[in-house]
Each structure stands twice: as structure tokens, then as C-alpha cells.
Design a protein around this ligand. Structure first.
Ligand code: APR
Length: 234
């Protein structure tokens, strides 16, 4: 069987075992902060310092965590896969990047990047952001924002993503609750005959749209399905 075209979607659940909080668990990020205060353009306009503190804390946390077996397995799959391959993540952490994934789209942006509101330049950014931060490109101070896609904003590279979805033969979703569109609708965009597999701790809100379900931790289920896909070549 030739290597089919593969699209993988990941959410916060794939990073949970690395120690990064998900959003909608009982101890999730949205239990500690109101989305409208820290993840909307209006929230940033109202209180930029609060938003910078929220993302500075999450950016600093990245230095203390590492990719887990699920991230590593997806990088191994990409390296060995002979067909088309695209990994789309909703996550803004750099764990897929550090695990070695390359054909990777961060559709909700990245914690380790900052965007200038004056010249629109996007810069790699590891340190804190704040009112005193100067744009390396245009020199204006205090007009840098996290390069994160907030609610009410358009996710990144959607054309490339839909192009891949519309011709994929295997769609695998890992660790996402199906709460947020457009990602939650990706499974509906793949060809009717495609294999669709959901890996999650519990069924997501869109679980019924998937043909196959594997309930369990990503660090166990992802390496398992990667071995299967590489053995079958499809
Ligand atoms: N293994 C597999 N799945 C897990 C694990 C694990 N170890 N731990 C948690 N999960 C599952 C949960 O059951 C849940 O269904 O991961 C999912 C995480 O859901 P959310 O917290 O809603 O995160 P996500 O789906 O990525 O959120 C999507 O919403 O707030 C926005 O922009 C934000 O990108 C985020 C988007």
C-alpha cells in the first residue's frame, strides 16, 4: 500500500504529560483567567500588562518542560513517512519543534514569537514582553504583542491546511476537546473515504465525526498508532 497523504491535528492534550496546563480541565488555564481578559484583542487593548504577564508566565514555563513520547513519535513518523505529511497544532508551545517536527503549522501562533503592531514584523522572542520592549526592526517601544492568534482573530495558514485536509487519506486528531473552530471542524473537511482517528483521554465534542477512537494518554496511544501506520505504510 503506497504511503497515503496524512494530516495530524494536535491540541493541548498532547503537551499535558510534558507538564503544560490544558485549557478546559478543572485546573485549566481558563479556570484561572477569563478568556476575554487575556486572549482577545479587546483584552489586550484594555490591559496590555495583564496580557503580557499571562503570556510571559507561559513563555517562561517552556524552559522547564520537554517534549514527551507523543511529540517524539510524531517527529519519527514524519521522518519515515513517504507520502504527503502535515502536522497542524493548535498549541503555541514549541514542543513539536523541539521534538524535530518540521512540516508543522502553528495555526494559533507561537509563544516564542512576538509581532510588532507598528511594522508587523514577527520576531523570535524568548524573553518577557512588556511596555518597555523595543521592536528590533522599527525601534518603536511598547508596541510588540505575543504572536498568538486570539479569539475573534483568524488562525494562520488556513489555505494550506484546507488544501491538505481536502486530499488527505488519513486524518489523526490528538488531545483536543473539539471546543474551538475552525480546528474542531477539520474532520468534516476530509474526503468521506478517509480514515479518521481520534486519540484523547475522553471523547471530544466532535468524537462522533471520527470513524476510529482510541481513549488513553497521548504518550501511550500516539507511539502505538505511529508504529501501526509505519508498519502498514498507510
Ligand atoms: N492525552 C490525551 N489527551 C489528553 C491528555 C493526555 N495526556 N490530557 C488531556 N487530554 C485531552 C482532554 O481530554 C481534552 O479533550 O486534551 C483535550 C484538551 O482540551 P482543551 O483544554 O480544550 O485544549 P484544546 O482542545 O487544545 O483547545 C483548543 O482553545 O482556548 C483555545 O487557543 C486555545 O488552542 C486552544 C484551543
Amino acid at each position: 500500500m503506497p504511503f497515503s497523504s496524512l494530516v495530524i491535528l494536535t491540541g493541548a492534550g498532547i503537551s499535558a504529560e510534558s507538564g503544560l496546563a490544558t485549557f478546559r480541565a478543572s485546573d485549566g488555564l481558563w479556570e484561572q483567567h477569563r478568556i476575554e481578559d487575556v486572549a482577545t484583542p479587546g483584552g489586550f487593548r484594555r490591559d496590555p500588562d495583564l496580557v503580557h504577564r499571562f503570556y510571559n508566565e507561559r513563555r517562561r514555563k517552556l524552559k522547564a518542560v520537554a517534549p514527551n513520547a507523543a511529540h517524539a513519535a510524531l517527529a519519527r513518523l514524519e521522518a519515515a513517512w513517504k507520502g504527503d505529511f502535515l502536522l497542524v497544532t493548535q498549541n503555541v508551545d514549541d514542543l513539536h519543534d523541539r521534538a524535530g517536527s518540521r512540516r508543522l503549522i502553528h495555526m494559533h501562533g507561537e509563544l516564542l514569537k512576538a509581532r510588532c503592531l507598528v511594522c508587523a514584523e514577527v520576531h523570535p522572542w524568548e524573553e518577557d514582553l512588556g511596555p518597555g520592549t523595543m521592536c528590533p526592526q522599527c525601534g518603536v517601544m511598547g508596541r510588540l504583542r505575543p504572536h498568538i492568534v486570539w479569539f475573534e482573530e483568524m488562525p494562520l495558514e488556513m489555505d494550506t491546511i484546507y488544501e491538505a485536509l481536502e486530499r488527505c487519506e488519513v486524518f489523526l486528531s490528538v488531545g483536543t476537546s473539539g471546543n474551538v473552530y475552525p480546528a474542531a471542524g477539520f474532520v468534516e473537511a476530509v474526503p468521506i473515504r478517509s480514515r479518521t482517528i481520534e486519540i484523547n483521554l475522553e471523547p471530544s465534542l466532535v468524537a462522533t465525526a471520527f470513524k476510529e477512537h482510541r481513549l488513553g494518554p497521548a504518550s501511550v496511544e500516539v507511539p502505538r498508532i505511529v508504529d501501526e501506520l509505519l508498519a502498514q505504510g498507510s
